[in-house]
Design a protein around this ligand. Sequence first.
Ligand code: HEM
Length: 201
Amino acid sequence: MMAATVNGSLRRVSPGWIYLAGLIPLAWIVWLGLSNGLGVDPVKEIEHRLGKVALWFLMGGLAITPARRFFGLNLIRYRRAIGLIAFFYLCLHLTAWVVLDMTLLWEQALRDLVKRPYLYLGLTGFAALIPLALTSNNASVRKLGRNWRRLHWLVYPAVGFGVIHYLMQMKVVTAEGWAWAAAFTALMVARVAARVFPTRR
Ligand code: HEM
């Protein structure tokens, strides 16, 4: 009942609005930057905030299929926008590290990579998302056919690497960190459950 109401109201909300709404966290970070609201280490704060926004969108994208299966919420037409916004924030997250943190000193960046293995994991997750972002357009969906779904399966390991990267960059894993890990695990269980107990159509 509730799901039907939400689905009905969403009929008027085009995915374009999601792209626009996706810019709000960025605007907020820029605003904080301009108003001295980023604390004593603004570079770290920007890096962290961008990573966290990306994580929200990545997990939100993964939650769309289970939301339909378990709650009848139909948000499928927003999935591409959510995925692309996540990718956009990851590009900014990576750029913040290269430009603001490493100040484009490539040797230092390489040393940082060797010193902090969680950076490899982040990079691996990011790299796995590149082909997905590149094939998110309608032409690629048509051209790839069944292989499109196979390719987009990569989103699970990619987000998995992202979550491990997030946990590893903490000195001690916080309750929030465990909550993200639990949420990711729950989404994966939902995915496996959908495979094992397919719904009748
Ligand atoms: C799927 C890919 C990725 C995800 C989901 C992700 C997410 C995150 C999150 C959530 C944080 C911590 C935010 C917080 O504590 O509030 C973080 C920190 C960080 N990430 Fe990523 N990230 C990814 C890829 C990358 C890549 C490719 C790089 C650069 C090579 C990178 C560099 C960093 C750095 C430098 C930090 C801060 C670590 C510190 O403070 O010591 N991340 N990331």
